[in-house]
Design a protein around this ligand. Structure first.
Ligand code: CTP
Ligand code: MG
Length: 414
């Protein structure tokens, strides 16, 4: 298909290493028919709905979150490639992704889809990761570990897990032929990472109609390259049969909650902003960032929900990068972490506690803005305001405080 490259974006922290000039590319395979599941699901598994997005989008998000890739090639079924590409571009826009996307039409076998995806990767890319969209739960950390091994000179690196069962080699009639020693066996996963040029050469030489393989590493092995294994991830399952759908079902999600609290002193130089809305008043805020006490409480609630500490750890006061930082931009980073954690935010309830100013005229605008920042319907955002009857530091007009509670649904055992 035509190269439909565009810039998309991500608000996430990069891995520790610098982005190289010859940045790696990511090839995401979403061109299969999902025959083992289609009768049950009615569509190929990579297009099942997950968190209001097609399932393959979870892999796009994780790839973008690493901030390590020069671009991503999405390989779609030839019949629907154009429509799928248009949808992917629309989703990228909605999610504010800046990762360049290209598209390719898949082939009859997985390896043919890989070859057609590789053809869209620019020659400048030194390394490429090839990934099955049917494995949506790999982590950013796994990707970074693989890129580090490639940067050290490995031609091929794949994640794998020790097998729990004893494996038998059998004949078609059911006779057992051999029992390989279990200790050395590994069940391998994707993404698989390669030297781009060597992988392309291996495909050109060995990807023939007679030679059908189930992963790309086997082509590299056959071409005589050393393939290195690193520790895979238990959560990185391949959705293949009905039993594997469990983690995608709403019913299998477990509720989670978070709570946050923040205080700011009146005085100082920052104008009063609450929930991203500028509030006309005689009060100013003393704060390192933009001093949006409500968004700060909300961010802490979100971080609490996903078990990721607090905003002080994530955006330290001591870092000049956060001087005057827009809390809405910081919230976008926190929301990216929520997505990455596989948690779906379902509700937010916030309270501002201030003797003055009176917040009634601003509550509707704050609610609308919070709903937009959080990607929630307004019916799932609630904004309250109260005084403390003249008591304490809000009562004597020394400052303002806010609390936030959030609820979400998390994948079981994430
Ligand atoms: N894939 C592909 N092109 C193909 C076959 C598979 O891009 N011709 C992709 C699938 O979309 C999936 C990954 O390769 O993300 C792994 O393949 P598999 O799990 O076997 O998926 P399907 O081939 O779609 O499923 P099935 O074998 O049940 O038909
Ligand atoms: Mg298949």
């Amino acid at each position: 298909m035509q190269d439909a490259e565009r810039d998309t974006g991500s608000a996430q922290e990069p891995c520790a290493e610098q982005i190289e000039a010859e940045a790696p590319w990511f090839v995401l395979l979403a061109a299969g028919k999902g025959t083992r599941l289609a009768a049950h699901t009615g569509c190929a598994k990579q297009f099942l709905a997950y968190h209001d997005r097609p399932l393959y989008w979870q892999s796009v998000r994780t790839c973008a979150a690493t901030q390590r890739f020069g671009g991503l090639v999405l390989v779609f079924p030839p019949e629907t490639c154009e429509a799928n590409a248009a949808e992917a571009l629309a989703l990228a826009k909605e999610d504010g992704l800046t990762l360049p996307l290209r598209f390719a039409s898949g082939g009859a076998r997985r390896q043919d889809s890989v070859r057609s995806g590789l053809a869209m990767v620019p020659d400048s890319a030194a390394h490429v990761l090839v990934h099955d969209a049917a494995r949506p739960f790999f982590s950013k950390e796994l990707v970074c570990a693989m890129l580090a091994r490639l940067a050290q000179g490995a031609a091929a690196v794949i994640p794998g897990l020790a097998v729990k069962d004893t494996i038998k080699q059998t004949a078609p009639d059911g006779r057992v032929l051999a029992t390989p020693e279990r200790a050395g066996l590994r069940a391998v996963q994707t993404p698989q990472g390669f030297d781009r040029g060597l992988l392309q050469a291996a495909h050109a030489a060995l990807n023939t109609p007679e030679n059908t393989v189930t992963d790309d590493a086997s082509l590299m092995e056959a071409a005589g390259h050393t393939v290195w294994l690193l520790e895979g991830e238990e959560a990185n399952v391949k959705i293949t049969t009905v039993g594997d759908l469990k983690p995608l079902e709403e019913g299998s999600m477990v509720p989670c909650t978070g709570w946050g609290y923040d205080v700011h002193r009146y005085g100082g130089t920052r104008p009063l902003v609450l929930g991203g809305v500028a509030i006309e008043s005689e009060f100013t805020i003393a704060a390192h960032s933009d001093g949006d006490v409500l968004l700060h409480a909300l961010m802490d609630a979100l971080l609490g929900m996903i078990g990721k500490g607090d905003i002080g750890e994530l955006f330290p006061d001591s870092d000049p990068a956060y001087d005057g930082a827009s809390s809405a931009a910081l919230l976008a980073k926190v929301m990216q972490l929520v997505h990455e954690a596989g948690v779906q935010l379902t509700h937010a309830d916030v309270t501002v506690i201030a003797q003055k100013p009176r917040l009634k005229p601003w509550k509707a605008a704050i609610r609308t803005n919070l709903a937009s920042l959080l990607g929630l319907a307004e019916s799932h955002v609630n904004v309250k305001a109260t005084t403390e009857e003249g008591l304490g530091f809000t009562g004597d007009l020394s400052g303002i405080k806010a609390c936030a509670a959030v609820a979400g649904l998390a994948r079981q055992g994430r």
